[in-house]
Ligand binder design. Sequence first.
Ligand code: 6PG
Length: 248
Amino acid sequence: MSTSVEIRKLTTPQELFEAAAEEVVHTANQAVAERGRFTVALAGGSTPRNLYNLLATNARTSLPWDRMFFFWSDERHVPPTHPDSNYRMADEAMLSKIPVPASNVFRVPTENPDAPAAAAAYEQTLRKFFSLQPGQFPRFDLILLGMGPDGHTASLFPETPALRENSRVVVANWVEKLKASRITFTLPVINAARNVAFLVSGVDKAPALHAALEGDAPGEQYPAKLVRPSDGKLIWFVDRAAASQLTK
Ligand code: 6PG
């Protein structure tokens, strides 16, 4: 069991997305070569859209799309057609443009008005896909994550109950400041992955990035800090603006 952590600082957002796309292509082909398939959990928010665009265009011929299986590390509790839907963003930016079988795409069933029930249903989908025994967590080949200006990642927000969940795979997390529920992977799932990659761009993320990588505040306050694969690789793809407060 070993953990490696790397911080890749790129000058511009475009360079960040190109470097991340290279990493996805490498990890995907390696996974298919070793295990016959590539399981990836997509990040939401706005930052990954340009990465997904790149994968569907420049990297299109370099990826084994029919052996790739798509999940989401978190989702907003809105229908898949809603402008805030992470599924919709990924579909528009990538999934609708590539030759991936619909049966390889596993979105969160957010049309279920009951967020805890939607989370439980998604957990069952993952348990079935990964043939999990009770107490086991899925081991993704790659989990993509973003980070908010408050240090949240996936939908693991500071001081929220989901941060302390250590037996469930997926939970609904009420986020008071958003007055909304989110559906999110739990930390044990994220930290069971073979590879985790953060995409962090923009000066508004600089204080939280400093806190997550160099600060001594507890992880409860900066959840991105709690991401540490127990037997895998963690890469932070950051641009110069986001890294502007890093000292080391
Ligand atoms: C979400 C995300 C969330 C996101 C951060 C950063 O559903 O919003 O999964 O964790 O990665 O909020 O969002 P931006 O990329 O839009 O800054």
